[in-house]
Design a protein around this ligand. Structure first.
Ligand code: 6PG
Length: 467
C-alpha cells in the first residue's frame, strides 16, 4: 500500500516524492519497477530526511504496532519545528493521541491519517481521514487532496479533527465495513439456501441491485466474487473458500470503544461475532454432531429476492446510523469537532464502503446536523418504512429456515427497541432493585425509589442517583 501511495503522489503534477525503506532492496525494487515516478531514493534515514524540502512531510506506511513507534522516533529526532510526520497505517487512535502528545513539545506535527481503499485505492485515489493540528492541515491538506479519490467533484479528504480523530473515524469506517460485509453475506446465504439460486445467478441479482439504492463497491465486488469459478475444480469460487473468517482487529476496536462510549453498535458487533463463530470449528462440529435435523424452507419466487433487497437496505441504514452514533459519542468524549456530513462525503469515493448511499447520509446531516439518529431523517425513515414488512418477512423466514442472520435480526430488534413505547427494561430495573437495591425511577413522579423487597415491600424515596 505504501508503494502505491508513493506512486500516486509521484503521478500528481508538481509532486517530487522521496522514498525510504529500512530494507533498501525494497526501495531499489520500487525505483527500478517505476522509473516514471522519478523517485528520490535514500538508503539511510539521514539521507532521506536531508532529501526533503521544508516544511518536511513524511508519510509512514508500516504495519500498526511497535514498528510505527520506531520509525516515528527516528524521524522526530531529525525533524524540526513545523515539519510533519503522518502515520497512514491502521493505528489505534489511542496510540495516535499519545504519540501526538509526546511529539508536540518538539514543534513537529504528528498526524494520524486513516487511509481507506486498499492497494487499488492507494494507487488511484483513496479516501483519506487525517487528524492532527489545524496548522499541519494547512500544509498537508493540498498534498492529500492531490492524491485522494474524487466524488461529486470533491476530493475525498477532510481534516477530521485534532490528534487521534482521523484514526478514530477510520476505525469506525472499518467497523461499518464489517457490518456491511456481514449483511451482504447474509443476503447471499438467504438467496442461496432459501432461494435455491446458484452463485452465478446470485451474482446477476447483485449486479441488478448495484443499479439501485444498494449501489456500492462492496455490492459490486460481491457480484464479481460470486461470478468467479475456481480454475482448479471448475466449482463456484465461493464454494472452495473455507468458511472461517479472519480479521485484523479494527472491527473489534470499534465494538470495544462503542461499549466504552455506551453506544449500541449491534450491527458491527454481530459482524465481529459472526467472524468469530465461523472460526470455531470444534464447537461447530460438536453441535453438528448433536443436531440431527435442519429445517428446509424454499422460497424460489422473485418476490423473495426483492424482500431480501429491502431487508438488506433497512439493516444497512441501521448499521450506518449506529456507526455515526459512535462518531458523535467519540467526538464528544475526546473533544473533536467532527462534521458528520463531511465524513459521509469523503466516504463517497475511494474507501471500501464507498457508495451513492453516503450522499443520502451527507444530505441528512447537511439538513440537520443534530438529528437524534439517521433513522429519523425523512429519507431514511421513509425507506425503512417502505421496507419494514419485507424486513420482517425475511427475518421470520430466516428463523424458520435455520439460516443465521445475526445482522438482519439484530438490526430489526434495534429498530423495534427504538420504536416501541415501552421496553422490558422496566422489569430489568425492578429485578436489579430486588436483588441489588440499585433503585429505579417511576413513570408518574420525579425521584429515585427503592422497594423494601425483604421487608414489608413498601417503597421508599432515596437520595443520590439511580445507577
Ligand atoms: C480499508 C480496509 C483496510 C482493512 C483491511 C482488512 O479501509 O482499506 O478497511 O483498512 O484493514 O481490509 O480488514 P480486516 O482484516 O479487519 O477485515
Amino acid at each position: 500500500m505504501g508503494s502505491n501511495l508513493a506512486r500516486n503522489l509521484a503521478s500528481r503534477q508538481g509532486n517530487t516524492v522521496a522514498v525510504y525503506n529500512r530494507t533498501h532492496a525494497r526501495t531499489e525494487e520500487l525505483v527500478t519497477a517505476h522509473p516514471e515516478a522519478g523517485f528520490v531514493a535514500s538508503a539511510s534515514i539521514d539521507d532521506f530526511v536531508a532529501s526533503l524540502t521544508k516544511p518536511r512531510t513524511a508519510i509512514i506506511m508500516v504495519q500498526a504496532g511497535a514498528g510505527t513507534d520506531a520509525v516515528i522516533d527516528q524521524l522526530a529526532e531529525r525533524f524540526e519545528p513545523g515539519d510533519i510526520i503522518v502515520d497512514g497505517g491502521n493505528a489505534n487512535f489511542q496510540d495516535t493521541i499519545a504519540r501526538e502528545k509526546r511529539i508536540a513539545p518538539t514543534g513537529v506535527h504528528f498526524v494520524g491519517a486513516g487511509i481507506s481503499g486498499g492497494e487499488e485505492g492507494a494507487l488511484n485515489g483513496p479516501s483519506i481521514m487525517p487528524g492532527g493540528s489545524e496548522e499541519s492541515y494547512r500544509t498537508l491538506g493540498p498534498i492529500l487532496a492531490s492524491i485522494a479519490a474524487v466524488a461529486e467533484d470533491e476530493p475525498c479528504v477532510t481534516h477530521v479533527g485534532t490528534d487521534g480523530a482521523g484514526h478514530f473515524v477510520k476505525m469506525i469506517h472499518n467497523g461499518i465495513e464489517y457490518a456491511d460485509m456481514q449483511l451482504i453475506a447474509e443476503a447471499y446465504d438467504l438467496l442461496r439456501t432459501v432461494g435455491g439460486h446458484e452463485p452465478a445467478a446470485i451474482a446477476d441479482v447483485f449486479t441488478a441491485w448495484n443499479k439501485g439504492p444498494l449501489e456500492s463497491y462492496l455490492i459490486e465486488i460481491t457480484a464479481e466474487v460470486l461470478r468467479h469459478t475456481d480454475a482448479a475444480t471448475g466449482a463456484p469460487f465461493v464454494d472452495i473458500v473455507l468458511d472461517h473468517a479472519g480479521s485484523k482487529g479494527t472491527g473489534v476496536w470499534t465494538v470495544q470503544n462503542a461499549l466504552d462510549l455506551g453506544v449500541p453498535v449491534g450491527g458491527i458487533a454481530e459482524a465481529v461475532f459472526a467472524r468469530a463463530v465461523s472460526s470455531k470449528p470444534a464447537q461447530r462440529a460438536a453441535v453438528q454432531r448433536v443436531v440431527t435435523s435442519r429445517p428446509d424452507v424454499q422460497k424460489t419466487d422473485a418476490a423473495f429476492a426483492d424482500d431480501v433487497a429491502k431487508a438488506l437496505y433497512a439493516s444497512k441504514v441501521v448499521a450506518y446510523a449506529q456507526g455515526f452514533d459512535a462518531i458523535i459519542a467519540g467526538a464528544e468524549k475526546y473533544g473533536w469537532n467532527i462534521h458528520k456530513d463531511r465524513i459521509a462525503k469523503i466516504w463517497r469515493g475511494g474507501c471500501i464502503i464507498r457508495a451513492q448511499f453516503l450522499n443520502r447520509i451527507a444530505d441528512a446531516y447537511d439538513e440537520n446536523p443534530d438529528i437524534a439518529t439517521l433513522l429519523e431523517a425523512p429519507y431514511f425513515a421513509q425507506a425503512v418504512a417502505d421496507g419494514e414488512s419485507a424486513w420482517r418477512r425475511v427475518v421470520a423466514t430466516a428463523a424458520l429456515s435455520g439460516v443465521p442472520v445475526p445482522g438482519f435480526s439484530s438490526a430489526l430488534s434495534y429498530f423495534d427497541s427504538l420504536s416501541v413505547k415501552r421496553l422490558p427494561a422496566a422489569l430489568v430495573q425492578a429485578q436489579r432493585d430486588f436483588f441489588g437495591a440499585h433503585t429505579y425511577h417511576r413513570v408518574d413522579k420525579d425521584g429515585i425509589f427503592h422497594t423494601l423487597w425483604s421487608g414489608d415491600r413498601t417503597e421508599v424515596a432515596t437520595e443520590g442517583s439511580s445507577h
